[in-house]
Design a protein around this ligand. Structure first.
Ligand SMILES: Nc1ncnc2c1ncn2[C@@H]1O[C@H](COP(=O)(O)OP(=O)(O)OP(=O)(O)O)[C@@H](O)[C@H]1O
Ligand SMILES: [Mg+2]
Length: 213
């Protein structure tokens, strides 16, 4: 088996990298795929999420694996995991420097969350640039969107001018995403909610993009 490797990266802190990594993982599980998460961020938030899930929802970890890695060990770690599961998702620290290179180099797709602000958007060029230099496909995901606000309109318009593909699916600003993370869950679990539809749509969009190669 050779699974696909997705690296979630964005220089701006708090843009939603870890939230997206966890939600995409559950989205792929919901598609019947096996998933491995790799945390390269010393903050270890994704690891906390995974351990909470293991303790509180053991049944929900079937098909889900987790590893930590240093920035430089990522090539070995992800290749090993891609030999055993369908999707490997790498969460990275808020940086866009040479430390990020190995995680980009190993990726089949780079997912770049942008929380709805101009400041977040400005920070995005750095990662897109690095991804481009590694000749990697990148997908920008608008996160924490607030429908029908002027800011959302402005940011979306500015994002469209980036030399990058913007995902059709947006992840709205919803308390359920923050709450679910603390419980080791995703926005897609629990009651049928708009968040579930977003997570499923984004996971499908990412899967389609990977399939195109
Ligand atoms: N769509 C969303 N709706 C509501 N809250 C969100 C959403 N996405 C992220 N958050 C919240 O925003 C904060 C930052 O998210 P997260 O930790 O995923 O970002 P990050 O990019 O991984 O941060 P860091 O750069 O520190 O690693 C968290 O409190 C998270 O719960
Ligand atoms: Mg994070």
């Amino acid at each position: 088996m050779t699974g696909s490797i997705i690296t979630v990266a964005q220089q701006k802190g708090g843009s939603g990298k870890t939230t997206l990594a966890a939600n995409l993982a559950v989205g792929f599980l919901r598609q019947g795929k096996t998933v491995a998460l790799v945390d390269t961020d010393p903050q270890g938030s994704l690891g906390r999420w995974f351990m909470t899930r293991v303790e509180e929802h053991p049944d929900a970890t079937v098909g889900l694996d987790f590893a930590t890695s240093s920035a430089w060990g990522i090539t070995y770690e992800t290749r090993k995991l891609a030999g055993a599961c369908d999707i490997v998702i790498v969460d990275t620290p808020p940086k866009a420097d040479s430390d990020l290179r190995p995680a980009l180099r190993v990726a089949d797709l780079v997912v770049v969350p942008v929380a709805m602000s101009h400041v977040d958007l400005w920070a995005t060029e750095g990662v897109l640039d690095l991804a481009r230099r590694e000749e990697k496909d990148a997908l920008v995901v608008m996160n924490r969107t607030r429908a029908r606000t002027r800011l959302a309109g402005e940011v979306a318009e500015a994002a469209a001018r980036l030399e990058a593909t913007i995902a059709e699916t947006q992840i709205a600003n919803r308390t359920i995403y923050a709450e679910a993370m603390g419980k080791g869950l995703s926005g897609a679990e629990g009651r049928k909610t708009p968040a579930r539809a977003e997570v499923d749509a984004l996971s499908q969009e990412v899967a389609d993009r990977l399939a195109k190669g």
